[in-house]
Every structure is written in structure tokens, then in C-alpha cells.
Design a protein around this ligand. Structure first.
Ligand code: MRU
Length: 357
């Protein structure tokens, strides 16, 4: 998608270097960062220069290719894979992409190992882009249906950033929105600010602005009253891990939006590529929920009058804070899962039907 009119993907490989858009600096500074080693890739995931489940999967894939580029000793590659998987705990895509790379490289000792690793990383990213495009084509039908009934702007609420910046391109939750906009359907997006890291305000609103899609940032607690007032036609969010029974783990606060949507008969959709489905864990309580530094709550970052980035403390110095980064929305509150293969009920039967193979 576009930034200042120029098409980008979120990650690419050029002249032996992996390049990313540093998302910790957006929307105030647009910086392309270079990852030269697997350690650089691990660090970029940890400090969230790249974030969003599909993008950290893509970064892990390229990270492993960088490991091969540095040292193709099997022990080094194995150790790097382990560290990549552990760089963030909740999104399943990290393990999915790393396991796929390891499987591809198993038993290859030849001079070709690097080109095989690079091709597989590119393949993982290309596939994610295609899957996200298909999510958009499938989700567009829901937006079209609402528009055909309403004959007026479709108001869509989203949480966190499940936009193209969280994937390789298109996004998951935003892909149906981009497709609707391209088709001329009037859409307006309510963007949850998404404390504490403000991925909604800093990233979703930014990328929608760049594509000229009308959007309004709201505080995380505002969705409820908007739904009561009939100002939300549907919600679409992304996910970091969806269980085979349809339970959805996503950015903290998603669950409360789903409850409000349920109480107000607002359809609540979750958009995801199949790489985000965890077919193994059966109980949502077993999903590892990331707990991040409480400084993300107690401090905020922004630019001052000189356009310089500043971080300031906003809490009493003595106060404690807890920063759980994800929650789980039970399947019963999810109207449907929008995937690359179609839309399914959030249930074992629904997912099995779509992903028989
Ligand atoms: O902590 P983040 O910014 O990596 O969390 C991202 C989300 O929760 C997204 O909604 C999710 O990964 C889906 S991305 C298409």
C-alpha cells in the first residue's frame, strides 16, 4: 500500500540486507531500517520495530535466512530458530514461519542453502500478501451487503493495527476496507487508539490517511457508546492466535469490544490468514499471553513543537502498573472468521469445513 503516494511492502530483501519500516517511529518519522544479522531481526521483533502477527512471521523467516547468510552451521541455525520463536510469545505466526523454514532447510548442506532460505522467506511473504488480498475479497461481500441495505457510509470499528503495516501488504482487518474503498463503497473507520502503545492511533489511522480512507480515532472506551447510538455497522479486528474452536486471541481490549458488540447486535468479525490458526492448543487458558514492560503504560511518546520525539512520564512515580498485551474473545462472541479461503463460523466445524486439507 502507499506512503506519500509510493507503494511499499513492510519487509523486503535487497543487496544482502533485510529492510523494514521502523514502526516505533511512525507516524512522526518514516525510517527504513536495515537488518543485517539474525540478532537484528530478533531485536526488531522484540522492540516492535516490526509487529503484527503476519509481519513478525515474515521477519522470523527472513531472520532465519540472515542466520544462514551469517553462518550455515546447523547448530547456529537451530539456536537462531529457537531465539526467533521466543522473541515474542503470543502470535503463533512466529513459530509457524520458523518451523516452515527449518523444514525447508532440513538436510540441505549444499552451496544452495542460502538461496533456498531466501526463496522460502520470500515465498512466505508473497503468500501472506496473497492471503491478505483474498481476505479482502471475501470480507468485501459483508461490507457490500451492509451498504446495499443502508445506502449510506458503512461505519467500521477496528482495534489495534491489523492493517498492512501488521502484515506484508493489505492487512487482515483493513483488507476488506481497502477493497470496499477501491470499489467506491463509502466507508468510515472508527480507530481504537489502543493503549498502551497506540497502534490504532499511530499506525492504523496513519495508513488509512495515506490511502485517503476517512477515519476517526477514538479512545478505547468510546466504542460502547458509539454502538449504543447505532454509529457502528460492524467491527473487524485481527488476531495473533485463533484456536481451532474459534476462540480469538488479539490485542488487549478486543474482548471488551466483542462484549459491547454482542450487547448491541453489531456484527463482530475477525480477519486472519490460516498461518494464525493454532491447531494444537485446545484451551484458551493455555495461550501464552505476553506481559510487557509497565513503562509502556506509565510513559507516552510524541513530538514536541520542534518535531522532536520525546517520552514523558504520565503516572505518579510510586504507582505500579500491569501491562498484559493480549486477551481472548470466546468464539461465541465472534460473528465470523474472514480467511483467505472464505468466511467461516467461529467454531471447530466452521474451521474444519474451510480447511479440510
Ligand atoms: O502487539 P502487536 O502490535 O504486535 O499486536 C498486533 C495485533 O494484536 C494485531 O491485531 C494482530 O497481530 C493481527 S495483525 C494482522
Amino acid at each position: 500500500m502507499k506512503i506519500e503516494g509510493k507503494e511499499y511492502r513492510t519487509i523486503w530483501y535487497e543487496e544482502n540486507i533485510v529492510k523494514i519500516i521502523d514502526q516505533t517511529k511512525l507516524p512522526h518519522q518514516f525510517i527504513i531500517k536495515e537488518l543485517k544479522t539474525v540478532k537484528d531481526a530478533i531485536n526488531a521483533i522484540k522492540v516492535m520495530e516490526v509487529r503484527g502477527a503476519p509481519l513478525i512471521g515474515g521477519t522470523a523467516a527472513y531472520g532465519l535466512a540472515l542466520a544462514v547468510q551469517e553462518n550455515n552451521d546447523p547448530e547456529f541455525i537451530k539456536k537462531s530458530a529457537k531465539e526467533l520463536i521466543q522473541s515474542r510469545p503470543t502470535a503463533i505466526n512466529l513459530k509457524w514461519a520458523t518451523d516452515r523454514m527449518i523444514k525447508k532447510l532440513a538436510g540441505i548442506n549444499s552451496d544452495q542453502i542460502l538461496s533456498i532460505a531466501l526463496n522460502e522467506a520470500k515465498e512466505i511473504c508473497d503468500e501472506d500478501e496473497k492471503f491478505c488480498e483474498n481476505i479482502g475479497i471475501n470480507g468485501l461481500k459483508i461490507i457490500e451487503e451492509i451498504y446495499n441495505k443502508k445506502k449510506d457510509t458503512v461505519n467500521i470499528l477496528t482495534h489495534c493495527n491489523a492493517g498492512w503495516l501488521a502484515t506484508i501488504n493489505w492487512g487482515t482487518a483493513t483488507s476488506p476496507i481497502y477493497h470496499a474503498h477501491k470499489k467506491g463503497i463509502p466507508v468510515h473507520v472508527w480507530v481504537d487508539e489502543t493503549r498502551p502503545r497506540n497502534q490504532g492511533a499511530n499506525l492504523t489511522s496513519y495508513e488509512l490517511n495515506e490511502e485517503e480512507i476517512p477515519n476517526t480515532i477514538i479512545a478505547d472506551n468510546t466504542g460502547g457508546i458509539l454502538m449504543q447510538r447505532g454509529e457502528v455497522d460492524m467491527c473487524i479486528v485481527g488476531t495473533d492466535r485463533t484456536l481451532s474452536n474459534g476462540d480469538v486471541c488479539n490485542k488487549i481490549g478486543t474482548y471488551l469490544k466483542a462484549l459491547a458488540a454482542h450487547d448491541n447486535n453489531v456484527p463482530f468479525y475477525v480477519a486472519l490468514p490460516s498461518s494464525t490458526i493454532d491447531w494444537e492448543i485446545k484451551n484458551a487458558k493455555d495461550i501464552p499471553i505476553e506481559e510487557r514492560n509497565s513503562e509502556e503504560l506509565s510513559h507516552v511518546e510524541g513530538v514536541d513543537e520542534n518535531n522532536e520525539l520525546k517520552k514523558v512520564l504520565i503516572y505518579p512515580k510510586k504507582s505500579k502498573a500491569i501491562n498484559l498485551a493480549f486477551d481472548v474473545t470466546p468464539a461465541k462472541y465472534v460473528t465470523g472468521l474472514i480467511t483467505e479461503r472464505g468466511i467461516s463460523e467461529a467454531s471447530s466445524d466452521g474451521l474444519k469445513e474451510l480447511f479440510k486439507k
